[in-house]
Design a binder for this molecule. Sequence first.
Ligand SMILES: [Zn+2]
Ligand SMILES: [Zn+2]
Length: 592
Amino acid sequence: MSSAPPLLDRPDVTSYPGGEALYRLRHSAAHVLATAVIDLFPDVKVAGGPPVENGFYYDFSRATPFTPEDLEKIEARMREIVAEKQPFEYRETTREEAQKFFEAAGEKYKLHFLSVIPPDSQVTFYTNGRFVDLCRGPHVVDTGGIGAFKVTHVAGAYWLGHERNEMLQRIYGTAFPTQADLDEYLKRVEEALKRDHRKLGRELDLFSVHEEIGPGLILWHPKGGMVRHQMETFWKEEHLKRGYHFVYTPHIASEKLYEISGHLQNYADIMYAPMDVDGQPYRPKPMNCPGHILIYQSKKHSYRELPLRYAELGTVYRYERSGVLHGMERVRGFTQDDSHIFCTREQLADEIAGILDLMDTLLQKFGYEYTCYLATRPKEKYLGTEEEWSFATHALKEALERRGLPYEIDEGGGAFYAPKIDVKLKDALGREWQCPTIQVDLNLPKRFGVVYTGSDGQEHEVVMLHRALLGSLERFMGIYIEHTGAEFPVWLAPVQVAVIPANPKAFDYAGDTAKMLREGGVRATVDLRDEKMGAKIRDAELEKIPYMLVVGPREADAGTVSPRRKGVGQLEVMPREAFMARVQQESRDRSA
Ligand SMILES: [Zn+2]
Ligand SMILES: [Zn+2]
């Protein structure tokens, strides 16, 4: 079997999500797409087009941009090609013949792909209709076999993915074995669009990004700020229960610190340029670890003081290419829910088990299921001894097993300085997000000489753990907005209760009720605008406020409220004190 032309992002047939049959189907659909495009637009040059996760694409070079109407025409032409059942014909050819063929056709991109096929590999063509592709397959038998498909959109894509290269037009589509599969997929995509955190963030006034500040830097608005405040409070309470100490470290530090830590050598490409402070280069902080180590080292520690657990909601700055920035989910400044634990070898497995317990508490409260991956030593580049790696990996494994957490092994997936547990959350749309990570560090304790005095009176190297459980607050928030569709539970909702007077006669009672709730710690607003009640109810619904209290003269006379719970409906009429106690309880227990 020959090796494939090196198309970017091209997944391997055998590892394709959905399996080989789906790969064939989508790969064939990509050829049908290209066939339709060259039929309709003879001026295009074709580049390449592999199956990708959830579909396929093909890249074209053409002076005029494809319009939505063009895409419709292309899809219609694809249906005709499917009806024609054009066979996919495989043919082995020679390099010279392929060269001549693509030169005659003026297909310079194909000539490039031909030039990078390894010398010992067979050059092969797949042909259907008028379309001849440099391709190793596999395909379905004929164009009738591509199942249910749809052309979805077009976007710019640099030739070979390099920003300095020319921009091609990438047409995306998707294909599934049956129409029902395709419909279900399209429904999921639509749902994901509705839940897009950038869209909901704007509509609900949660956060924004401004060119004036710079891309990838998040401004949290009051409502997003309230959600974050509640998340942080929960996070802090759970840490205090588990014997963590909170620390705070500066946002910039002398470059010397990052020389010692090795960040300057190993992570230079993600660190921002130095600034001059009294002739010394300083850098924005890319990681919190060195600061925590210095706190530990500010005095001597005996084994009796260990373990020591430092935690910080630490804001760090890392460079990301502008092309990959994405709302809150991929940013240049973010706050990690970071912690570093200093312990002895004997304490390591217990500490990891404790972290897993804390992680479970946090993730359950946010309504996530999750999967654990144990990432082991990389094959080539790594620090530390065989013994250290096996000890640390074993401790991670033991802690997972002790908690009865199923896990998969990610062979060779560890950092060069540490084995780790990576955890992926599963969101309401079935998508996976890597957030928590727990690493045993075999590097920094050596670089900084982090020690404790043992019971033998000698100095020993500490074992150090890094861990972040939400990951970063920005990314976690973005993912959580999409997980919930911004239907925040009562304990997190920026506004918990909207009091709505049924008519102006109830304004006083409504205002008084909201005031009472606020004094009781409930986040309540009252809508005293000169608007119809129906409009006020609609607005409160659009704001996704969990409770609505419509009050009229009858409620005012009786001192009651008749609450409406979003997603549930009308609750029974109750004294307003009873309603307040209910919301207080739900907030305290974080139960709703
Ligand atoms: Zn192909
Ligand atoms: Zn760290």
